[in-house]
Design a protein around this ligand. Structure first.
Ligand code: TXD
Length: 308
């Protein structure tokens, strides 16, 4: 049976998510937006690339939640994106309203679905979706860590002139400037990165990773990143559809793990057919623990402002 994957929000991130999911033939795609005609047009256009690229995924654009009924996976990208000078947190109020409508309406019609949140501020928006849907924590989580990690891996690859595929990294914490790139666990094919680069170079890459989203916002001027974000979403969708049990950093709801309770935070998880099947706890040193605490405090501040 084909999977049904709904992408809500057919803007930059949503449209490329739909495209990637269809190209990877992960299932049939429904692309929903409030703007009339736009998701229908984009959906049809993506569908028509099928014969050329060899994908039989059906793609349907819509303005109606009825079309999303019985989705296996729902990706929420609806909301406002950052403009230059705007922090992710400035988006909180506007996007809280949008995400609560999108999650509630789609959740009602796909009671067993898995919801992947993309809208910023990411960790707080995951909590909005969890509250309005009442879904268990394994079925509501967010995309951020894969993107942050991919940015770090790209910067390291640029510096070292070694394949991005040989570089593994892990970034924890909230999806904001307080994120925690774990240098100790960053390797080139298992060899610690400290064997390849001096501390000042590594520190500069960590800093660029933290500000990686802002760098692109400043260049684009009219929106935020979407090619790498949509690739990260597609990796998550694939892990679920194919039950890959992939270890990936995702924004997951913590209930005591890493010493935090009742908040979403980026942590390594096992992603499979049941969504977040396990949160993987790795040992952190004192400095890493302190950075994670700071990041968790920043997320908590936003969660405390939520109205839902
Ligand atoms: O790492 C991450 N999690 C992120 C998050 C990486 C990149 C982008 N990130 C966030 O995703 C970004 O800060 C935004 O909050 C969202 C979507 O970013 P995108 O770049 O796709 O924004 P666009 O192009 O403005 O598209 C948003 C779409 C647009 O078509 C609106 O019409 C639609 O959302 N929208 C809605 N759709 C359905 N229902 C409602 N209520 C609605 N409101 C707006």
């Amino acid at each position: 049976m084909r999977k049904k994957i709904t992408v809500i929000g057919a803007g930059h991130v949503g449209e490329v998510c739909a495209q990637r999911i269809a190209e990877m033939e992960l299932g049939d795609v429904v692309l929903l937006d409030i703007v009339e005609g736009m998701p229908q047009g984009k959906g049809l256009d993506i569908y028509q690339s099928g014969p050329v690229i060899g994908s039989d995924s059906r793609v349907k654009g819509t303005n109606s939640y009825e079309d999303t009924a019985n989705s296996d996976i729902i990706v929420i990208t609806a909301g406002l994106a950052r403009k230059p000078g705007m922090s992710r947190d400035d988006l909180l109020k506007a996007n809280e309203e949008i995400v609560s409508v999108c999650a509630k309406e789609s959740g009602k019609l796909s009671k067993d679905g898995i919801m992947i949140i993309v809208t910023n501020p990411l960790d707080a928006m995951c909590e909005v979706a969890r509250r309005v849907t009442g879904f268990p924590k394994n079925r509501v989580f967010g995309m951020a860590g894969i993107l942050d990690t991919a940015r770090m891996r790209t910067f390291l690859s640029m510096e070292l002139n070694i394949s991005v595929e040989s570089i593994t990294a892990i970034v924890l914490g909230g999806h904001g400037d307080t994120m925690v790139p774990l240098v100790r666990y960053t390797t080139v094919q298992g060899i610690p990165i400290s064997e390849f680069l001096p501390k000042d170079k590594i520190d500069a890459i960590v800093e660029r990773t933290r500000k990686g989203g802002g760098e692109i916002v400043a260049l684009l001027k009219t929106g935020s990143a979407y090619y790498a974000p949509s690739a990260a979403v597609a990796e998550m969708v694939e892990a679920i559809v194919k039950d890959k049990k992939k270890l990936l950093p995702c924004a997951a709801y913590l209930e005591g793990e890493y010493g935090f309770k009742g908040i979403y935070l980026g942590v390594p998880v096992i992603l499979g057919a049941n969504g977040v099947e396990k949160i993987v706890e790795i040992k952190l040193n004192k400095e890493e623990k302190e950075m994670l605490k700071k990041s968790a405090d920043a997320v908590k501040e936003l969660i405390d402002l939520l109205k839902v």
